[in-house]
Design a protein around this ligand. Sequence first.
Ligand code: NAP
Length: 307
Amino acid sequence: MEYDIIIIGGGPAGFTAGIYVARAMYKAIIIEKGVAGGQVAISDIVDNYPGFIEIKGSELSQKMLEHVMKFEVPIEYDEVIDLWKEDRYFYVKLLSEKILKSKAVIVATGASPRKLNVPGEMEFYGRGVSYCAVCDGAFFRNKVVAVVGGGDSAFTEGLYLSNIVSKLYLIHRRDQFRAQKLYVERLKERNNVEFILNTVVKEIKGDRKVKEVILQNVKTNEIFNLQVDGIFIYIGMVPQNQILKNFKEIKYDESGFVIADETTRTPVEGLFVAGDLRSKHLRQIATAVSDGAYAGTLAVEYIQHNF
Ligand code: NAP
């Protein structure tokens, strides 16, 4: 199948790009390997996206999806396993073996949760270890959980979980937080929440399910354990950059995010990178949407000038 623009990733950046391309009357397709909406779909409450004073992440992503559908941009649920350029055209190979062809590509694959890489993390994944409070929180009603991290995700998802669980420990490796002050203050106010600071997780233990975490205070080196039924890990995101491997010209920052300015252009003509995958200071729905608007518009302009 041939398209004008293939958009890889169906989160806020990819959806916005799709809307812009369709409104310019060009033929686009969005490829999504997981849940439409990306990280937003599995976030609890969003309260900093203009126009929606407070909305559930799943609801906002559903609204975005409906917006894309209104402009009749097809969404293919499949995984991209290869992407390359030959002459002036891009080729996208899917897990289903299908090969799609296009004049331009927008990569908006975002980022996935970083792992702690401690013993027990993988063994107990789905049995007490989780990276998604909205998906798994309900299994921990009136139970004791730990949330690891000091960024916005740890705090927003901690706020969500604290409404469900009997006790929540917020474990963070420093005593300063990256999270917005508003979220920190809100979580501090909850009377079933306790902060354990300057502390790292050394191991996750249990039998059939998680029973305890082994912790270490990084100031005193003291090792101690904490009885918990679950542990939610929110220690940042790892860029989903693997599908760019064929393009040696593309540069990455020290964390693997793609270096491109706000135009979302890469050194590869016709290839754009939008959303959380792009190296940037602020990863928000608003900034992902901005990238999507740029990528959609500039990909269309690229085709107009080159084909
Ligand atoms: P983040 O802001 O990068 O924070 C990651 C946290 O995990 C930091 O506190 C970091 O500690 C800690 N950490 C990193 N590696 C660790 C390790 N190996 N062991 C223990 N702790 C570790 O990530 P995020 O909270 O997932 O947020 C990702 C992006 O989405 C951010 O730009 C954030 O602002 C945005 N976001 C926004 C909202 C919102 O506005 N409502 C909600 C969610 C996410 P240090 O501080 O010590 O490095």
